[in-house]
Design a protein around this ligand. Structure first.
Ligand code: NAD
Length: 341
């Protein structure tokens, strides 16, 4: 079956296990009905070897055209003065929202039935890098000073993104996470603005707020009370890893970077050079990123079917790769999911 109107999208297979897991994802999406028309582009080490740049112009042009990409892991070349590909993409396409869902996929872990989404502001806060030292008495690092920047417009943009995401994805509540009791200006403006946005969604999406330290503890004690969390850059960085830990770590975690110019979906893990080329990599993080991509373009039924097939394969068929304690190869898991579809 082929769905009507496949959506043009850029595919970057990436480095290490990237080509193996990308091929698996493409095969599974084919079985789902080929929702995307792929423009395959080289990035990472292979591209750096050919053109001297791990993020070639052809790849950027492709994303400018499609505004939608699925990206395999890219090895960051050590030395050679390369800037992080992820930072360059974030700047180029103003990817202001980082989206990290976490869901219990395999029963019997620490927490059952986790299903929550973290929305992190990706461009502002303490990550703007306004830092300097003041030397005193011959110690060049005697005083270190760092400033954060949160703008009203940036806070409004990320809060609107979170509430809009909640509404479109059938979520009930958004929790605004901040530290406005201490960082009264920097995170005060975030809380104040997010609460203004929350009012415009009253009756459609519920809202509450938490101080970040209390939120971190409650995530461990009773994570089920959360649905969507929206927070600033640094807190989002920390909480998204904590949340991935609730469902078994980064190995099966998908993520999305969404902005004005494009939306880029990826696995949170890296290129796993230690197992590359052996046919044993787990393609699920990239596959779950593809499911997020389907949600993003409004193909909710396809996303639901895909997640249903993943769940059934893991839970009922018991087909799992080595990192999940099983014996299946990438190909075995791919075929099992295709059969479920
Ligand atoms: P990694 O995530 O690649 O690997 C960590 C461990 O997890 C390894 O033992 C690996 O075999 C295992 N692993 C990761 N993904 C797996 C999968 N799908 N199936 C089975 N096992 C898996 O982290 P690393 O080794 O620190 O980084 C390797 C390279 O990837 C580095 O060059 C790093 O810069 C890059 N990286 C890229 C991204 C990205 O492009 N988004 C993210 C993280 C790291």
């Amino acid at each position: 079956m082929t769905l009507a109107n496949p959506i043009p999208a850029t595919l970057v297979p990436g480095d290490g296990i990237g080509p193996e897991i990308s091929a698996a994802v493409v095969e599974i999406l084919d079985a789902l009905g080929k929702p995307f028309a792929w423009d395959v582009q080289e990035g990472g080490m292979a591209a750096a070897a050919k053109s001297g740049d791990p993020l070639p112009a052809a790849l950027l042009d492709s994303i400018r055209r499609t505004r939608l990409a699925l990206k395999g892991p890219l090895t960051t070349p050590v030395g050679g003065g390369f800037r992080s590909v992820n930072v360059r993409l974030r700047e180029e396409f103003k990817l202001y929202a980082n989206l990290r869902p976490a869901r219990t996929l395999i029963p019997g872990g620490r927490y059952e039935d986790i299903d929550l989404v973290l929305v992190r502001e990706n461009l502002e806060g303490l990550y703007v890098g306004f830092e300097h030292y003041i030397p005193i008495d011959g110690d060049p690092h005697a005083v270190a000073i760092g400033s954060g920047v949160n703008t009203r417009a940036g806070c409004r943009r990320i809060a609107e993104f979170a509430f809009d995401y909640a509404m479109k994805n059938g979520r009930k509540k958004v929790t605004i996470v901040h530290k406005a009791n201490v960082l009264k200006a920097l995170t005060g403006v975030f809380l104040e603005t997010a609460q203004q946005v929350a009012k415009t969604y009253e009756g459609r999406v519920a809202a509450d707020e938490r101080i970040v330290d209390a939120c971190a503890m409650q995530l461990v004690l009773k994570p089920w009370q959360f649905d969507v969390i929206v927070t600033t850059n640094l807190f989002g960085d920390i909480l998204s890893d904590e949340i991935a830990g609730l469902v078994g770590g980064l190995g099966m975690a998908p993520g999305a970077n969404i902005g004005e110019g494009a939306a880029i979906f990826e696995a949170v893990h890296g290129s796993a050079p230690d197992i590359a080329g052996r046919g044993i990599a787990n393609p699920l993080a990239l596959l779950l990123a593809a499911a997020m991509m389907l949600d993003h373009v409004g193909r909710f039924d396809d996303a639901r079917r895909l997640r249903g097939a993943i769940d059934a394969t893991l839970r009922e068929d018991g087909v799992r790769t080595a990192d999940l304690g099983g014996k299946a190869t990438t190909g075995d898991l791919t075929q099992a999911i295709v059969r479920r579809l």
